[in-house]
Design a protein around this ligand. Structure first.
Ligand SMILES: NC(=O)c1ccc[n+]([C@@H]2O[C@H](COP(=O)([O-])OP(=O)(O)OC[C@H]3O[C@@H](n4cnc5c(N)ncnc54)[C@H](OP(=O)(O)O)[C@@H]3O)[C@@H](O)[C@H]2O)c1
Length: 334
């Protein structure tokens, strides 16, 4: 039954210009217009949410605002012929949680063309265990595969390994028989990464070259980079002939200082990854893979489940690079 008010995290600018987060009651009338009203059962925490929740105007222009780029729930109202009340659905990316009231709330209202029906073999909870981070990891692996990177060609490097994208990328690659080398700044998390399927764990500083050399010893047949900056530059310079690097994140830095030599002497390919506006046919293909042949048996090992009230502390953790694995938000939990 549709509730008139619901719980939502709201971020607003305080008089001292800082940003404060609180969980308050909102009404359905306050939601933006849209084709589909969804009762959110689960959301998940991504790095971009932490930026939105801390006043980053590159992500969210106007406050007060409810972040949450991911939501999974049940359709309550629909003016679209494609969706009916009771349908279980997933929304990730597009403008959700950026400048459209997001998934850190018990209701969202969105355009129909943002909505994906829950795949048969995936629960709503499982869909948020993946969330945008898992979707991005899968999209990155798919791009390596489409560029003919196979397990026989050698090791794959994954940076930001204990984070959401990194943890799921390692798991999917390892399930497909790839030898994965994980890079992490968290000294105490080596066993976690080996348990996900990495064959080797390197400290961050081992893969950060600042010598200025245009090329380094070729080591990787493929790279899934989630951090950018010197780490991405080093990875590109260390990729083998005809290897492939995907780039999705910038937690270390948005800058990339390299020369053209890895491209013109080793034929490497650098692929940009954008999950937010991933076209619907590819989006549905990725969700089907996550539900089916790429589905992880150890999803629960990667996940911490929290309530809306516990979210604040986890936002600080992810902002400070301290997150391990994924955090999902159970919106029914008090
Ligand atoms: N393009 C897209 O569509 C898309 C989609 C999802 C995410 N992203 C981006 O991908 C990145 C990772 O997202 P996520 O959800 O996995 O975030 P996350 O869970 O916070 O993971 C990021 C990981 O990067 C490492 N790290 C943190 N600060 C670092 C630093 N200063 N230098 C080097 N490594 C650092 C940490 O892992 P270790 O301690 O193990 O090194 C951290 O756990 C973010 O930039 C995010 O915005 C992009």
């Amino acid at each position: 039954m549709l509730r008139k008010t619901f719980k939502a995290m709201v971020v607003q600018q305080a008089e001292d210009k800082g940003f404060v987060r609180s969980v308050i009651d909102k009404s359905v009338e306050e939601l933006p217009p849209g084709d589909i009203l969804i009762r959110t059962l689960y959301s998940s925490l991504n790095y971009k949410d932490a930026l939105s929740a801390s006043g980053n105007r590159g992500v969210t222009k106007n406050y007060p605002h409810t972040p949450g780029i991911d939501a999974a729930g049940v359709v309550e109202e629909s003016i679209s012929n494609d969706f009916r009340p009771g349908d279980e659905v997933i929304v990730t990316g597009y403008d959700l949680g950026m400048n459209t009231s997001g998934g850190f709330a018990q209701y969202i209202r969105v355009p129909a063309d943002w909505v994906v029906k829950r795949p048969k073999n995936l629960t709503l909870r499982e869909s948020m265990c993946y969330g945008t981070a898992g979707f991005t990891a899968a999209l990155s692996v798919l791009k390596l595969r489409e560029h003919n990177i196979t397990p026989e060609q050698g090791k794959i490097l994954v940076t930001g390994a204990t984070g959401g994208v990194g943890s799921i990328a390692i798991s999917i690659l390892s399930k497909q028989g790839f030898d994965v080398v994980a890079v992490s700044g968290k000294k105490g998390r080596k066993q976690y990464l080996l348990d996900l399927g990495a064959i080797e764990v390197l400290d961050r500083e081992e893969v950060r070259d600042v010598s200025g050399k245009p090329l380094l010893k070729p080591r990787w047949s493929g790279v899934i980079d989630t951090v950018g900056g010197d780490f991405l530059a080093t990875a590109i310079k260390s990729t083998k002939y005809c290897g492939v690097i995907t780039c999705c994140g910038n937690v270390a830095s948005p800058e990339l200082h390299i020369t053209v030599f890895p491209f013109i002497l080793r034929g490497v390919t650098l692929i940009g990854i954008d999950s937010a506006n991933c076209p619907m046919p590819l989006r549905m293909r990725i969700w089907e893979k996550l539900a089916d042949d790429w589905k992880l048996d150890h999803l629960d090992r990667l996940v911490t489940e929290i309530s809306l009230d516990e979210l604040d502390m986890h936002i600080e953790r992810i902002l400070n690079g301290k997150q391990t694995g994924r955090v999902i938000v159970n919106l029914q939990r008090g």
